[in-house]
Design a protein around this ligand. Structure first.
Ligand SMILES: C[S@@+](CC[C@H](N)C(=O)[O-])C[C@H]1O[C@@H](n2cnc3c(N)ncnc32)[C@H](O)[C@@H]1O
Length: 270
């Protein structure tokens, strides 16, 4: 089994994505979607960006490695009557079957960054975008003090070291790496721009309950708890993550959690 696919099929990312819908909509509102624009959402999950893009009139294909998320995306699109939004299984590192230059806009929000072989990912994104089109990525930033980078950082201290040759997904949050990867795919460096942006996680429950969701449904956190269990360190991991979720929460209401997270927004103009 492909470990990348296994990681994301292990949990149920829809339970996390539900807390990210508002920012997904807001992000799509910045993309200049017009009717009939051909959009590929790569690492689309169950459609946090694909569905709002289709609702704004784009013809959207969502590609994701996890079959459960592809099924969840197609179910959401059908329930909303969106016949301009299709989800299919595929790998951002090798999108065979997706035609060259077939999209006006390729978007990937915390998606393609998790695929192996980042240079192949950049090459594939460039290949399927038409000349004059755009690629827009949202990538978590290594060592950023906000939630997701800190979850992954804490988790890494409980899990075995990665195999030799493994390239951390977080390297997609470093501007020099991003530029190097697109330049290797044939894009002039001045066509790549990066800015910091924010995404919100909004959950109707206290921070500890949101952590429970990550524990039960977010593959990387599930793996961290399994590894911590083997090392007899579950209580330590639980305490560190509880402190993190509670420190990051900006809601003053006990029944709501609202966490603002920083990410690197990458735009590539082809
Ligand atoms: C953090 S989730 C983000 C999902 C979605 N973009 C969102 O914002 O809700 C990461 C997604 O990337 C997908 N993914 C991971 N590796 C992938 C790969 N090699 N090719 C395509 N999708 C991949 C996962 O299955 C998962 O749906």
């Amino acid at each position: 089994m492909n470990p990348n696919k296994a990681l994301w099929e292990k949990g149920d990312f829809t339970c996390i994505a539900e807390t990210m819908r508002e920012s997904g909509e807001a992000f799509v509102d910045t993309l200049g979607i017009t009717k009939g624009l051909k959009v590929l959402d790569l690492g689309c999950g169950d459609g946090t960006t694909a569905i709002p893009a289709a609702e704004r009139g784009a013809d959207v294909v969502g590609v994701d490695i996890a079959s459960n998320l592809v099924a969840a995306g197609n179910k959401r699109a059908a329930a909303l009557g969106l016949d301009n939004c299709k989800f299919q299984e595929g790998d951002a590192s090798d999108m065979h079957g997706v035609r060259d230059q077939s999209f006006d806009l390729v978007v990937s929000v915390f998606g393609a960054m998790f695929a192996p072989r980042p240079f192949d990912v950049a090459k594939e994104m460039v290949r399927v975008t038409r000349p004059g089109g755009r690629i827009v990525m949202g990538n978590w930033i290594p060592n950023d003090p906000t939630l997701v980078a800190q979850i992954l950082k804490i988790s890494s201290t409980f899990t075995p070291p990665p195999l030799e040759g493994f390239v951390s997904p977080m390297t997609w949050g470093v501007e020099t790496n991003v530029t190097e990867r697109f330049v290797a795919a044939g894009v002039p460096a001045e066509k790549v721009s990066c800015v910091r942006d924010t995404f919100n996680f909004n959950y109707s429950g206290p921070p500890a309950a949101l952590l429970d969701r990550f524990k039960s449904y977010y593959g990387p956190t599930m793996n961290a708890f399994e590894a911590a269990d083997q090392g007899g360190r579950v209580a330590d991991l639980q305490r560190q993550l509880e402190d993190l979720f509670s420190a990051q929460n900006k809601s003053s209401r006990p029944d709501l959690t609202s966490i603002q997270v920083t990410f690197l927004r990458v735009t590539v103009a082809l």
